[in-house]
Design a protein around this ligand. Structure first.
Ligand code: ADP
Ligand code: MG
Ligand code: ZN
Length: 613
């Protein structure tokens, strides 16, 4: 402990370390910055033999080896960029350890997953170590990367399933900051962790699972409405950064490489903010420069795609802004969680516009379980009532049907509202929990009609139709209409002509603001009243919407009036923003907890969470 310069254990560190010393298979899920490394570093120096640590990034490995050597722990690395002579020296030392030893033993051997899957020689050396019981344990850092269901899947990680076959007797320890139930299940299966086959009873040899509360009280979450006009978005973002974090470091996550460049330019132009750009197409030199300048504070705000991630080791990131939603809630949690690793108050802002749902769904269409992962993200973004902390807790809480011994640090407050997120502090008059059954019925009638008469229709087209004057002949289908805004409806260039008379189809136009119609359409998608159908051309993929499996619950009614008698449970409710108020930072009022609890919104939150849980 002294060696590591720490006074006491944090979260479940003690338990993990004890289980490691017992030689159990272990899964550890602890938030970023929680102190996962110590849970294998300490056992590694307390037991003889080598601990093999597999980590995804060279920079992470180099960092750790450097820190370990500083405190006199024998740590070495084997990666693609290790020189031949260095490799030979390490292999020779490992060879001695197989024999009688004598020379300085290696405690920690770091490597990349490629090294395991690609180097037979390395495998052979490890095998000989294992044969003489000198391979003490195998640690897999960022273990969620093994699962295709996770947000950061890496094919080389999946190949780590061979570890159990090669070294059946060596305990495995898997570490991650984000591991929702399905990913956990997949991970247990892929890595072949002990006693995790369903039906097995948990016993004294089966895998031990540790979780710590994911909630980080210093992170203040807010979802802000994203204006349709992109210039307005840049204006607001600039204003917010200058007001709340003028001289602070931050990250703006964007969907595309193009967006990162655009956002960086606009923030600089509007607010003279020192921005940098990071995405996969930047050269190694550019990336390195950016990291350096960001550490030094020469660059304040990094505008990046999600390629900017794992290697970040900067504690004082005061804000993370999402210019668009992420593909999944785990991704969003992880990305926004790069704020405030030093424990100080930080802001996590999500700009959300329902129409981004279409763009994202075409992007994640080919991902495994892409739709359900995106739906979790959309559900979070659309929810104006339930505390963000509770939403995360519900999403990440692990399903109880896994037969593994499970420990979590006591977190009796997991289902208590945080008191300082946007939903806990939302002024009651800024939003309305509205019965929108009639509007939902109208939209479904329109979708049903156009779908039947003409085939394909996009979300954006339905929005325009719903708010149009309502009578005429329209062309539907074809490409492009979903992306370009403000087009003449007659000019879609589709194949089929549709006769549409809103009075006949759905009793008149839909009386709602454009953004609210978009929000309601997404709500109907999430509730399966609508569904998406993808159409790929040589140039792009377009998401069309169609009546979903639940549509008939409403469309079976032939007129608005019959909806009045529906029981509450069959009605559709939706949170509608009544007053768009721009961003008040929560960091300035730290003792928000008690105030918000006293206010009405926190009470509602508590109630609704009970209903769901
Ligand atoms: P993780 O891998 O979970 O994101 P790290 O292992 O990198 O986190 O640890 C984050 C920081 O916390 C490191 O600087 C580490 O030295 C520190 N740390 C870990 N455990 C403790 C502890 N028990 N007390 C104080 N600091 C700790
Ligand atoms: Mg770590
Ligand atoms: Zn809250």
């Amino acid at each position: 402990m002294k060696k590591f310069g720490i006074k006491e254990f944090r979260l479940c560190q003690r338990g993990v370390i004890n289980a490691a010393l017992e030689g159990r298979d272990i899964v550890v899920v602890m938030p970023t910055g929680g102190g996962k490394s110590l849970t294998y570093q300490l056992p590694a120096i307390l037991t003889s033999g080598v601990t093999l640590v597999i980590s995804p990034l060279l920079s992470l490995i180099s960092d750790q080896v450097y820190h370990m050597r500083e405190i006199d722990v024998e740590a070495v690395k084997q990666t693609g960029s290790t020189s031949k002579s260095e490799q030979d020296a390490i292999n020779a030392r490992l060879g001695w350890m197989v024999g009688e030893g004598g020379k300085k033993e290696i405690n920690l051997l770091y490597c990349t997953p490629e090294k395991i899957s690609k180097s037979k020689r390395f495998q052979g050396i490890l095998q000989r170590l294992a044969d003489v019981k000198r391979l003490t344990r195998i640690v897999i850092d960022e273990a969620h990367c093994v699962s295709q269901l996770g947000h950061d899947f890496r094919p080389d990680y999946q190949k780590l399933h061979i570890l159990r076959q090669l070294f059946p007797k060596v305990p495995i320890m898997a570490l991650s900051a984000t591991c929702p139930p399905l990913v956990l299940k997949d991970l247990l299966k892929i890595l072949g962790l002990k006693g995790t086959v369903s039906g097995d009873a948990a016993d004294s040899t089966s895998t031990v699972y540790f979780t710590s509360p994911l909630y980080r009280p210093n992170l203040h979450y807010q979802v802000l409405p994203k204006p349709a006009d992109s210039n307005k978005v840049f204006d607001e973002m600039t204003k917010w950064i200058l007001k709340e974090h003028r001289n602070d470091s931050g990250i703006v996550y964007c969907l595309s490489k193009k967006d990162t460049e655009k956002v960086a330019t606009e923030l600089r132009k509007r607010g003279n903010i020192q921005t940098g750009v990071y995405h996969a197409d930047r050269t190694d030199k550019e990336k390195e420069d950016l990291h350096g300048n960001w550490q030094k504070g020469k660059i304040k705000v990094v505008c990046a795609t999600i390629a900017f991630g794992l290697g970040i080791d900067k504690g004082d990131v005061r804000f993370v802004i999402h210019h668009s939603i992420s593909k999944s809630l785990d991704g969003f949690y992880q990305e926004s969680g790069r704020a405030g690793r030093d424990g100080k108050d930080s802001d996590c802002i999500l700009y959300y516009r329902a129409q981004d749902a279409s763009t994202l769904s075409t992007m994640s269409m080919t991902d495994k379980d892409g739709a359900s992962k995106l739906h979790a993200m959309l559900t979070f973004a659309q929810d104006l009532k339930q505390c963000r902390k509770i939403q995360f807790a519900n999403y990440f809480s692990h399903s109880s049907n896994l037969s593994i011994t499970s420990w979590s640090t006591s977190d009796l407050s997991a289902r208590e509202p945080c008191g300082h997120c946007d939903n806990c502090t939302r002024p009651p008059d800024s939003f309305q929990w509205k019965d929108v059954t009639v509007e939902a019925w109208q939209l479904l009638k329109i979708v049903e009609h156009v779908h039947r008469e003409a085939g394909n229709v996009t979300l954006a087209q339905v929005v325009e139709l719903a708010r149009s004057t309502g009578k005429g002949t329209f062309a539907a289908g074809g490409g492009g209409g979903g992306r370009k805004r403000g087009r003449n409806i007659g000019g879609w260039g589709g194949k089929e002509q549709v006769e549409l008379d809103l009075d006949v189809v759905c009793g008149g136009k839909v009386e709602m603001k454009k953004e609210d119609v978009e929000t309601l359409l997404v709500e109907l998608l999430l509730k399966r009243y609508l569904r998406e159908q993808f159409h790929s051309t040589a140039y792009a993929t377009i998401a069309y919407i169609q009546p979903g499996e639940c549509a008939a619950r409403l469309t079976r009614f032939s007129d608005k009036d019959s909806l009045k008698d529906l029981p509450d449970g069959s009605k559709i409710f939706c949170g509608i923003r009544t007053k768009v108020k721009v961003t008040k930072s929560t960091t300035t009022k730290k003792s928000t907890k008690s105030t918000a609890k006293a206010s009405g919104s926190a009470t509602t939150t508590a109630k609704s969470s009970k209903g769901k849980g």
